[in-house]
Design a protein around this ligand. Structure first.
Ligand code: PGA
Length: 251
């Protein structure tokens, strides 16, 4: 049984004060709702300790949005896996399309980052994959996403992969207000599970959480979450507001 997992991705939003205010409000709503659905927030690095403190004693997870693949070194501006582990981070997004698009992230660096997280920490990686509009219109969505998965997961064993979260995020649906049709998202998540089965076998692929991401909001969360192969959501804009994010969790 895969427990649904809904995760916020704050991107480059919220000061410390705003993060603390969100956390106090969200913690109250989440506890009142007494839900079985797993929730987490991936915040900017400087807000991670604030959230860890604010969510202490609850099951609400805290995640980073990126990590470097080296143990340490002359990498100005970067953060290592050990540094995240030190403050008790639970999750780390790897390979978000904004990092692929603006910061030169490639499938090879994604692969190194996943390996580092698995080898050096007990942080759960949230691996993002997804095609852009041009690729979708050219009928290449499956080829692109399949290719990303094979390279991103190269050399990662089944006993590690079983702990993965994968977020299918069609680039054309992120921050655009355009959500993939639930059936379209379901089709791609089923395809992803098929690729995982090919790589790791049925048992492992049955355990891996697959989220959908791209303009998820309270109005469409229910129809997305009701799809068989979709186990959760990675929520950008709508995770900035505690009430909206809680409405999504209560789909
Ligand atoms: P969005 O972002 O919900 O604002 O479209 C999703 C994401 O980038 O993870």
């Amino acid at each position: 049984m895969r427990i649904p997992f809904i995760c916020g991705n704050w991107k480059m939003y919220k000061t410390k004060e705003e993060a603390a205010a969100f956390a106090a409000a969200f913690r109250k709503l989440y506890e009142e709702a007494d839900t079985d659905i797993r929730a987490a927030i991936c915040a900017p690095f400087t807000q991670l300790d604030t959230l860890k403190e604010a969510f202490a004693g609850t099951s609400i997870g805290v995640g980073a949005q990126n990590v470097h693949f080296a143990d340490e070194g002359a990498y100005t501006g970067e953060i290592s896996a050990a540094m995240l582990q030190e403050i008790g981070v639970d999750y780390c997004i790897v390979g978000h399309s904004e990092r692929r698009q603006y910061f030169g992230e490639t499938d090879d660096t994604v692969n190194l980052k996943l390996k580092k997280l698995f080898d050096a920490t007990d942080i759960t990686p949230i691996l993002c994959v997804g095609e852009n509009l041009e690729q979708r219109e050219a009928g290449l969505a499956e080829a692109v996403v399949g290719g990303q998965l094979v390279t991103d997961l190269a050399g990662i064993s089944a006993d590690k992969a079983v702990g993965l979260v994968i977020a299918y995020e069609p680039v054309w649906a992120i921050g655009t207000g355009k959500t993939a049709m639930p059936e379209q998202a379901e089709e791609m998540c089923a395809f992803i599970r098929g690729v995982l089965e090919g790589l790791y076998g049925e048992y492992v692929c049955d355990q891996i959480i697959i989220q959908y991401g791209g303009s998820v909001k309270p109005e469409n969360a229910g129809e997305i979450m009701n799809m068989d192969e979709i186990d959760g959501a990675l929520v950008g804009g709508a995770s900035l507001d505690p009430e909206k994010f809680m409405e999504i969790i209560s789909f």
